[in-house]
Design a protein around this ligand. Sequence first.
Ligand SMILES: O=C(O)CCC(=O)C(=O)O
Length: 295
Amino acid sequence: MNAKHPIAIERISSPTPAFFREHYLEKRRPVVLTGVVSHWPAVTRWSADSFKQRFGDHRVVVERSRASVPSNDPLEFLRNRYYEEARLGDTIARMMSGEHPPGAYYVTYANIFDAAPELLGDFESPPQTWGIPPHYPRALQDRLTLRPGFWLGPAGTVSAVHFDRQENFNAQISGRKKWTLYSPQDSRHLYYPALDMPTVIFSPVDIEAPDARRFPRFAEAQPYETILEPGELLFIPAGWWHHVRTLELSISLNFWWWTLASVGTTARVNYHFARKQLLRILGRQGATAASMPVG
Ligand SMILES: O=C(O)CCC(=O)C(=O)O
């Protein structure tokens, strides 16, 4: 646990898109928007049961773990993670059986919309409504927006702390998730860049059970927390660290999009990635990690 008391992520109700952009997107502050996606048919209609019945034959890519005992240690988590394709119906049945440890099956950023395009009518694109200035031409808006991602996982599933290169809206459709965020200014306290991690966007710190001897600086990190309820939309600025614990069988949708700020985040990640490769070539991986500048 952090030494610092968590700050609750702000919640604002039904803001205008211009207000959101000025006070949160441009100021790089996370926020929960209420009353903006709660009317989506997805929120009132979608459930794991209904997906099992209606879309059970669709094939999705499922995140799996090789670990017999699940570990929340990020390095272990990444080493044990693999992906396989499976029927959505079988995957949901396994999640609901209670016979598998959390982390055994997690549908992450799946694209079920090509196979079931009718689902696209059940929600809107928050980046295009809230994030991208309305005067941008439609073709540019489309290019700045990545395809929506469908997430479905059982209680106890954990996404280890990492950050994304793009701006992110995460809409909770059913079930609840606990989110813990840290500002990019805390990157040093999260031991970024960790050159021994398989991917530099992950921190090596298990924020729920930190090893104070290995990661003493983590005590300085300031957590921001919220429990995201169905019908709520969380904005995570590019570069903000996030850790997610699923509290109940959950469906969510996420929407990444590009801004100038997110291109800056990408440039820093690429810089560290290049240094990591160079250190590997020189056989000095990890040796100079502590003296690396923070991106
Ligand atoms: O919900 C999760 O488990 C992780 C979500 C996430 O990392 C994201 O939306 O970027």
